[in-house]
Design a protein around this ligand. Sequence first.
Ligand code: F6P
Length: 323
Amino acid sequence: MINLFQHLRDESVDASLVQLLESVINASKEIAFRVRQGALAGVLGSTQDENIQGETQKNLDVISNQLLKDLLLACPHVRALASEEEDTVVAGNPQGEFIIAFDPLDGSSNIDINGQIGTIFSIYRARENIAANDEAQFRQQGSTQVCAGYVLYGPSTLLVITIGKGTHAFTLDTIQGTFLLTAKDIRIPADTKEFAINMSNQRFWNETMRRYINDLVLGESGPRGKNFNMRWNAAMVGDVHRIISRGGIFLYPSDNRNPKQPAKLRLLYEANPMALLIENAGGKAWNETQRILEIQPRELHERVAVILGSANEVDMCLNYSGS
Ligand code: F6P
């Protein structure tokens, strides 16, 4: 079996990007170890907990962020990093060629229930003539990502990655400590009968979204004329992985719960990397009006609506008028 680094060599990936990926991989192997150990590693619980000295205890979110930060800042090729867990951009080596945005642990509400969680990352070339700690480094459209991926901490640990062309999956061999290529050039089927959405939010969606989902639920007896099944992991990384594995549509639409936050998922840490992985596997990823990869980011922690997955179903949703 081909391991990740052989694959990167075969694909002629720049040595500097390979070194940067090595830092991400090493951090994620450390995170995977702690996730597997669970309560035995003392990493469960929230930061509200206090130890006997009255100090705030770290949870896995914080630990994962720190591990990634430490390893990435030690890598000479990282000019700046942005994390869902950091307020601002963190500067790295001013000569570094790349910048990286990441969600250290997506789906954190699954940590304490032994559910799926994962690390999502997105790498761009650094912009010249812009300071390393300037947010403007990250105001780049998702289409310019040089690499995107996630590490899913499930029953096995998987790395799903794209470096320009193709989306590939590698499984962590925990004995050797190496990621082995287990699915090359993944293709997402264009049609599906499976959807993923948090149904409890439906009263906050717009009318078209309500009608689209309602017609999926009506199944054979509704205008779609076929039965749909629903799956919801409550961790985007798990839901996207199911779609990459067998197709489907994942939706986190805009809603009117809170006017200051019309959408939930983050453009830089969640939507963009997942959109690149999905598109490079033949799927589609849009907000309600445009390709996610063409959105011009305005701020670091910007949120966007996300509709992604099997191409024909995403088109159906975007053009939905119903019966
Ligand atoms: O943004 C984090 C996240 O946990 C996603 O991974 C997931 O899709 C979503 O939030 C679930 O949020 P909720 O349970 O509020 O719908």
